[in-house]
Design a protein around this ligand. Structure first.
Ligand code: FES
Ligand SMILES: [Fe+2]
Length: 324
């Protein structure tokens, strides 16, 4: 995992009144909302004798270990050891790691870093999705590293093979481009898939004029993606790393051509069913990929059409190196 990044890890609605225990980024986490409404996230392993705090109770803004009642605040500090008495001051060594979490766009984002100090950047979201869109989410766990799940959505070569019956109709096997552009840590890639008449060679990225008029997708490092279907319709995804071998995918259909609650919500739900079909066409193949995790140098024989994947691997390497 790359340090010093905001990762989308859960949907906000997954943390309600009770504590929630999840594994994300290889770490056991417990999240809860205090009586003050603040969202908290600390390491889910009691520093006393290793019980999970996630099955404990919320007491005002704090969480109580279910085993011997140690009380933790949002910074991970134990504030009360009941067996020692309320009058006893708790030494600072009774503490677990805490994580900075924020909410945006109905998602919980975790600042993944060795340090909670220093300047923390804004959460990098596709801001236009906050303006007038409604959405529905479909979520499921894939037994792959998040790099495989994410790269699948940067793979513009697979469409006529994996999605023959859906978005890959027309046997458009030639890949013109893709053209890849970066802005900060956001990659936008433009592509034109065309039918192979036997006479045509794929155009390289630098042979394409007016690339901005082509079909485009965005990938925001480290783990969010947007399929820009048109001004009013998008598919958005989060690839939330669970551990080295599992990823929770949150797939959202966004629309604002009918942004009204009941009928708009129904259309959004139906569209999401279609997206689930497409995602399951992907899943059938991606789950067979070996190894489960990707790296820049890993012995795969990539082709020009894989440029977004190559760029993603390069950027991961760069961000990892600069974070260390
Ligand atoms: S294990 Fe948590 S208080 Fe003992
Ligand atoms: Fe796909």
């Amino acid at each position: 995992m790359i340090k010093n990044q905001w990762y989308a890890i859960l949907e906000s609605k997954e943390v309600k009144k009770k504590p929630v225990g999840v594994t994300r980024l290889n770490e056991k986490l417990v999240l809860w909302r205090g009586a003050d409404g603040k969202l908290n996230c600390i390491y889910d392993l009691c520093c006393h004798r290793g019980a999970s705090l996630a099955i404990g109770c919320i007491k005002d803004n704090q969480i109580e270990c279910p085993f011997h009642g140690f009380l933790y605040d949002g910074s991970g500090q134990v504030t009360l050891i009941p067996a020692n008495g309320k009058a006893d001051k708790v030494p600072s060594r009774y503490k677990v790691h805490s994580y900075i979490v924020k909410e945006k766009a109905g998602l919980i984002w975790l600042w993944y870093s060795d340090s909670n100090d220093g300047d923390i950047p804004e959460i990098p979201f596709f801001e236009e999705l906050l303006e007038g869109f409604i959405y529905k989410t479909f979520a499921e766990v894939w037994p792959v590293h998040y790099t495989r799940a994410a790269e699948n959505q940067m793979d513009v070569v697979h469409l006529p093979f994996v999605h023959t019956s859906t978005i890959g109709k027309g046997n458009k096997t030639i890949i013109n481009g893709p053209v890849v552009k970066w802005q900060d840590n956001r990659m936008t890639f433009y592509v034109d898939n065309v039918f192979d008449d036997g006479q045509t060679k794929a155009l390289k990225a630098d042979q394409i004029e007016n690339y901005e008029s082509l079909f485009k997708l965005d990938f925001q490092m480290p783990n969010t993606w947007q399929n820009y279907i048109d001004e009013k319709v998008r598919v958005f995804a989060v690839f939330a790393p669970i551990d080295e071998e599992n990823t929770k995918i949150y797939l959202r259909f966004y629309q604002k051509f009918l942004p009204v609650p009941i009928i708009g919500g129904m259309i959004t739900s139906i569209s999401n069913i279609f997206n689930r079909v497409i995602l399951h066409q992907d899943r059938r193949v991606v789950l067979t990929q070996v190894p489960k995790k990707t790296e820049l140098a890993m012995g795969e024989n990539l082709i020009p059409g894989d440029l977004p994947i190559i760029e993603f691997r390069k950027r991961r390497k760069l961000l990892k190196e600069t974070a260390n």
